[in-house]
Design a protein around this ligand. Structure first.
Ligand code: ZN
Length: 460
């Protein structure tokens, strides 16, 4: 064999690179100033509401898939969504296209995209004690959407000079998508849009969250409970909360402010409730598999310390409690992949694809692992299925190109490499794809290089 081995040595694409590859950032075009929906004041804003929604639509499906998709249990998503929509309708931007889901990921986190796509993980759901705490968590995220924190941060970061400088690159990046492949195996894969908020943003989101809780009839002490839990868990299992604390800076000051606000500004009437029983009823199925989620958290932590053997044991222990858990199967697959157990990795990825056919990530991992074990036709069909379910990941074209190349279909391989190079112009994969096109004579003879020469960057 095999040219694939050659491929690996030529440009170094290996398991670890695959696991680590994250995509290109997304850039925006200039629009000007805008009135903040919460404060009513004019603010520096280069991102329009349409762009917030478009960005969300483009990036959030990739992030949600990185987090192993929404839980398969429809009633749990419906419950989270019901609480979220109730608060969103009471917010300053009630007409944004909000949508909520409980994600299969097993690290403690919650996040919002600028158009109102919001996710909370199974792990954080397990830590909450009542619906008011869930309302506090969702209210806080809805607060970020309402105060346009992501859009305002992007506007400040870019500035006019940078936007002009990026010129045509911006248009290309916008359509190519956040090409995130598989998040790091521990499950920490926050995309560029989820970079951290400032302390001022956090303060404002807390305040808005409590305002929406009050409007929605929730006991605002739920915010205090949420913060106490986060502070406590940060001490008892820091690794599971790493991302949450990196993106939403926590402080004792936030807790003190929430306490004062719950007792003062947002003091609720006696009718306002925590809804503890309703929360416990709706999340009972999660509590049944809590030991499995705990094992997956331990496995993720071991992976991040490169203790792969231990991680494998944890994922296998998780599968004993929850034999068809999509996340456990995929984490185990990636854990095998990184240990060069390619066959086992492929087996677990295929099983994951079977237990959750609607979720794309397993198809990507299955496609990649099938490529590793030289089952190129299988690889192609998984990659094609993934691309259909979740378009916008340019690396799919590269992997399809490699598969076609191994099968001896040079034209098909060249097409995929060319497609890949339209989105990705840097890195070893791009160099490899370009060198193949040159070697096979496609660039001069059969493919017309469009104006602006997309290969210019590679030659430089
Ligand atoms: Zn936050």
């Amino acid at each position: 064999m095999t040219q694939y081995k050659q491929v690996e040595s030529v440009h170094g694409l290996g398991r670890r690179e695959f696991l680590k590859l994250t995509g290109i950032g997304t850039l925006m075009l200039a629009t000007g100033c805008a009135k903040n929906p919460v404060t009513g004041e004019s603010q520096f804003m280069l991102v329009s509401e349409e762009q917030e929604i478009a960005l969300d639509k483009q990036a959030s499906p990739h992030q949600f898939s990185n987090d192993y998709g929404a839980v398969q249990e429809a009633s749990l998503n419906k419950y989270v969504s019901g609480v979220g929509m109730h608060l969103a309708k009471a917010s300053h931007r009630p007409d944004m296209p909000y949508n909520f889901r409980c994600l299969n990921a097993t690290y403690v986190n919650a996040y919002a995209f600028p158009g109102g796509s919001i996710g909370v993980t199974r792990a954080i759901m397990l830590e909450l004690e009542n619906e008011a705490e869930l309302a506090a968590l969702l209210g806080h995220e809805i607060g970020h959407v309402n105060a346009r924190h992501t859009a305002s941060r992007m506007s400040k970061q870019q500035g006019m000079g940078l936007i002009v400088g990026l010129g045509s690159a911006a248009a290309g990046a916008f359509s190519s998508g956040l090409g995130s492949l598989v998040s790091q195996a521990g499950g920490f894969g926050a995309s560029a849009l989820l970079a951290s908020y400032s302390r001022d943003d956090e303060r404002q989101a807390d305040d808005l969250g409590m305002e929406y809780m009050l409007r929605g009839g929730y006991e605002t002490e739920g915010m205090v409970g949420l913060m106490e839990m986060l502070n406590e868990r940060h001490k008892s299992k820091p690794s599971a909360l790493e991302v949450m604390f990196a993106t939403h800076p926590m402080s004792s000051e936030r807790l003190a402010t929430a306490r004062a606000a719950a007792a003062g500004k947002y003091a609720t009437s006696a009718d306002f409730k925590f809804y503890k029983e309703r929360y416990m009823d709706n999340t009972a199925s999660l509590r049944k598999i809590a030991p499995a989620i705990d094992e997956m958290q331990k496995g993720g932590k071991a992976m991040s310390k490169k203790q792969y053997g231990q991680a494998e044991d944890h994922f296998k222990a998780a599968l004993k409690t929850a034999p068809n858990d999509y996340t456990a199967l995929l984490m185990l697959s990636k854990c095998c992949l990184v240990q060069k157990k390619d066959k086992a990795a492929a087996t677990y990825a295929v099983r994951a694809a079977k237990v959750y056919p609607q979720e794309p990530q397993a198809r990507l991992v299955a496609g990649f692992t099938k490529l590793r074990i030289e089952q190129y036709n299988d690889s192609l069909s998984y990659l094609a299925a993934y691309d259909k379910m979740l378009p916008g990941n340019p690396y799919v074209a590269f992997f399809k190109g490699l598969s076609h190349e191994q099968l001896g279909s040079r034209d098909a391989a060249a097409n995929e490499y060319y497609r890949f190079l339209q989105s990705v112009k840097k890195g070893n994969e791009a160099k490899y794809a370009y060198s193949r096109l040159v070697q096979w004579g496609y660039i001069k003879s059969q493919i017309q290089v469009p104006a602006g020469d997309p290969f210019r960057l590679l030659k430089a």
